[in-house]
Design a protein around this ligand. Sequence first.
Ligand code: C2E
Ligand code: MG
Ligand code: MG
Length: 954
Amino acid sequence: MSVDSSSTRGLTLRRVLHSRLARRIALSVLLAVALPLAVLAVLGGQVLESLDRRFASRERLVQVKTVAQQVGIRLGDARALLAAWPVEPPAAEPGVAPQDPDVRLRLPGLGQQFLQAALLGADGRLRWSTGGWPGPLAEAATALPTSGLGRSQLLAQERNGQPQLVLAQAQRADGARWLVELSPQALWQSVASGDVSTYWCVQNAQGVRLHCPAPATAGDPPGLVGTAIADRVHVGWTLPLEAEFGAGDWQFDMVQVRGPSAVLGPALTGPLVGGLLCALFGVLLASGVLIRRTLGPLQNLERGTRQLEQRAPGVRVEIASDDEFGALARAFNQMATAVDTQFQSLELLASIDRDIVAHRAVDEVFRRVLVQALPGLGASVMGLARVESARVPRLHLQWNDKAFVHKVRRSVRAMTPQEAQALLGVTGDGVWLPGEGNLSAPWCAPMRQDKDSALQALPLRWQDRTHGLLLLGWTAEPPLQRLREAAELRDRLSVALAAHQRELELTWQARHDDLTGLLNRNGLHQELDALLAPAAAQDCAVRTESRPGGTALAVLFIDLDHFKTVNDNLGHGLGDELLRQAAERLEACAPTRAVVARPGGDEFVLVLPEADDVAAITVARAVCRRMAVPFSLGGKEHFLGASIGIALAPVHGDNRTDLLRHADMAMYTAKDAGRGRHAMFEEPLDARLLERSALLADLRQAVARKELVLHYQPRVCVADGSIVSAEALIRWRHPTRGLVAPGVFIPLAEESELIEAIGLWVIQAACAQLARWRRDGVPLRRLSVNVSPRQLQSGRLMEEVEAALVQHGVPWNMLELEVTESLLVGDARSASEQLHRLRERGVLIALDDFGTGYSSMATLRNLPIDVMKVDRAFVQDLSEDPSALAVTRAILTLAQSLGKHTVAEGIETQAQADLLRQLGCDEFQGFLFSPAVPAAEFAALCRFSVQPPVALSA
Ligand code: C2E
Ligand code: MG
Ligand code: MG
């Protein structure tokens, strides 16, 4: 975009008028020219006026002088006329009218210059006269000297206030002489001008006012009335008449009102105004040219600046003059070029920022940067390399050259450790590889460039590590500004690469579990979805042609048994450690392509692609075995185990939600079945699970609603068949379900915190019942109560038991607490200590369901146990299964060797009873004798048990 500085396009009058600079220029020029002109005019006017005055007074003087001389000439003429008059009087009679033609013919001038005439004889007597005698002439004749006068005589006299002038001829030889009265009209005709502003007054030496139009005393003469004295000009002239007329000097005065200057009148004003106008026009013209020459370039520079401000590309102001404006335009153009480059560079950097914010793929960002930055930087070739961290690092390289800016080539290849090390070793301000050296630089391959151009490698770094390179080939040494721009670009690309890396990390974090490094729930869902996706299905369909109907895979839902106990007792630190160990074991069991995940808590999921039921069960068994091995935590061994639910696709579901839900449900089946085992999903489980959650909801209310009751199952002394003790077994009188067995709700209660409240209620209820039986005289030695491991873990069992016994006044030794081997899970020492303390007070401790758990001999020896109860599982098969008999015998032998009292539970047949009696068992418990019955019924049983219900001796 070019702006012509010489052009005045757009320089309108309006713009000029609005321009302060234009106004200032015009004002300056105007002041510079007009002020001196005005001063000159004023001074010139004054000079001219002074000249004019001088000239006017001289003119007036000349005028007065001329008038006086004219009067003098007329007097001279009158004398000459008179001298020419005849000696003799005319024939006409005296008293003739002066206008008489004959007389006028003889006496020239009569009736004109002369009003009256009279001829006096030598004796002074009148010889002839016109009609006016005696009149003034007679008066003059008397005043005349009679003789001796060689000259004409002029007499001035006032008669009736009017001046009269009489001229007496010089005495002739005969002594006669003519007297004439001069006609004032003829004499003063030049004096009496029609100009009213001029006042004339002629006086003789005697002060006779010969020709003063108005009386001098009565105010101003006409024409001067109302004029200031200062405005009046008085000029006087003296006409000497003494020599010729013996009349003294006549004073001629002229008073005139000073009129407008003749010099400064229209004649002079016209040219003066014209001149001034011309000067003004000249000033306007000059200032116009000056304004145009100044405002034009300024306006274009301003336009250019505004375009630059609006970031218009390629703004230029054309240089048309060599003056300062030209220099300014050149400087502007240089600045515009620099700003242009800066803008482009900033725009590129900003576009990188936008790409970062928009999470654009880093290779796409690199590609755009290569295309946009190369022309601006002026390098011959440009490349961007980044290292993808993996087990085998990979080099992602993109490059282009100035010949084909848009042809960005790309290569991705594995790097040798040496190559990776060389690239990551580029730090700080980078390295320069001159000439051919760059070809050997490992990060260049397969990028190539001219042999004679140097390669600059700038590291893309963050967190003190190099992650990539910006490569620039320079054929000549680049200017400092280019290097700076390259460094800025490098910084911004580092940010882009860091953002990319960070995103990868975030993606990893979003998909993985921090603790174990396994996939988290999100990652599991994605992987499972991917495996179940149609593409995957097709892919699998090719490989598993024998399995029509969708993707074949197995989902194993694994829950660690008793994890909560360990976590609660050992703290979260060791709980986490346990989860890590479990994750490692799981990974060790997982086949190569298996997906291993920890969706949360102590739950793990294994997805086995292409696995059928057999493969899934094989893996599940391996996991169970592995998890049954004690975990070493805090220097001690802890028994846990895992329960596994299996769901198969597509049989149990063809989508992620169904498969996970069904595997989870199957896992609960495994738990319900005794933990430490696996279970395959079965459809009805779904309904059971719903019932389970409904039951749990009801159970929460059960204690408060007093729906729980205790039944009592007698324990019979083998020796005499009497009921010596009983086991309190809980029942739930459900409002709709009827009497619910503990096997249904106790596992539920144990999974929640409810078991503690229920356990407390059982102890209280059992002690209360024991107290009542004692009062009623029921012959019972002791009552056993089942205690859940969580009651021991709470640490309050001792005080709860004591409170109940004390409250109901029951002796300590009448209470027996049945614990299972699962109390060994978690903090076995604390459990053992509590049992010890209870035992010290007299409470008996029974190990329930012995033989089903993980008890080791060492643990058994250390536990404070009085009674060992052989589990029903062994008793059941006693008569049919020789191995069951062997195990039962081993158990009883072991118990007896440890000096424990033995109880066999679940005896249903006489054969079982007989075998157990032979094996030396101390007490029997089972349906053979009685199921668990309500308290009243139990009391009745006891009363009759003096005689054994069945012949024990048989
Ligand atoms: P357990 O402590 O081993 O109790 C013995 C179970 O065997 C009882 O089942 C009893 O009714 C049953 N039984 C006894 N003789 C026979 C027999 O000859 N044949 C058969 N088939 N079964 C027999 P029950 O009452 O259903 O209790 C099941 C389990 O529930 C108990 O096993 C115990 O672990 C738990 N339980 C019962 N009451 C409580 C309680 O108050 N607190 C706790 N924590 N658990 C309890
Ligand atoms: Mg029991
Ligand atoms: Mg039992």
